[in-house]
Ligand binder design. Structure first.
Ligand code: GSH
Length: 236
């Protein structure tokens, strides 16, 4: 049995991690049997991140590598109908979503002076005071450092917001009036968009990113469709 190691479920959304959400949605949409194990243990993954997949007695330590492997072993369950051009567009959308917009998301959640305190109070709610005094601050500093190393963290709040606005507008234009990115059938790239845009739309606290994404009814419809189709138990 395939095991998806991921963060615990969020309240009204599959996962606060876009990457966990993408991978679980891919598994569900592909009708591949799996079980989940909630974890916050990054160290079990040699790549030091979450999610990771327990597959054929090995760990696949990255959501995209996991999707690639599953595509190989399960005959490309979601993307077989795409043309070469659509696949290329999917790759470009994925890079924009996961390597750019997800960093903007990370900045607002973990670093921004206005949003971070509210995010912290929600996700660490109920932690014993001594842990609360140490862990959130440590993760806040680590996120800020990582974002600087990657480049995004060198920009101002407004610049990051402007980057995000362009990405969100671009994915809305590409989706257009279609149900899914490439028409009436879901693709693995819809799982990617759902992971990032869905997380932005369903933030548990106020965020300027959420305000940006709410301007696009087609993105809201896409998130709702993915939620109701693949996570009926979350009762959206
Ligand atoms: N490329 C990885 C990215 C996964 C990722 O960045 N996960 C975040 C949580 S959303 C993480 O584990 N970060 C490591 C850390 O915070 O130490 C994937 O697609 O699986």
């Amino acid at each position: 049995m395939i095991t998806l190691y991921q963060f615990p479920r969020a309240k009204n959304f599959p996962n606060l991690s876009p990457f966990c959400c993408k991978l679980e949605t891919f598994l569900r949409a592909s009708k591949i049997d799996y079980k989940t194990e909630s974890t916050r243990n990054f160290k079990r993954n040699p790549k030091g991140s979450i999610p990771y997949l327990g597959y054929k007695n090995e760990i696949i330590g990255d959501s995209t590598l996991a999707v690639n492997q599953l595509n190989k072993d399960f005959s490309n369950p979601l993307d077989g109908h795409l043309s070469a051009e659509q696949k290329a567009q999917g790759v470009a959308i994925q890079t924009m979503m996961e390597d750019h917009l997800a960093q903007c998301l990370s900045y607002f959640r973990w670093v921004d002076a206005e949003v971070w305190p509210n995010f912290r109070n929600i996700i660490f709610k109920g932690l014993p005071a001594p842990v609360m005094a140490i862990v959130p601050g440590m993760l806040h500093r680590r996120a800020a450092k990582r974002l600087k190393i990657r480049g995004m963290g060198m920009h101002t709040r407004q610049e990051i917001l402007d980057f995000a606005a362009k990405d969100i507008e671009a994915v809305s234009v590409l989706l257009g009036s279609k149900k899914f990115l490439f028409g009436d059938r879901v693709s693995s790239f819809d799982c990617v968009v759902f992971g990032v845009i869905g997380n932005i739309l369903k933030e548990p606290m106020a965020s300027p990113l959420t305000e940006l994404a709410r301007k696009y009814p087609n993105l809201q419809a896409h998130t709702q469709l993915m939620l109701s189709t693949y996570y009926p138990e979350l009762n959206q």
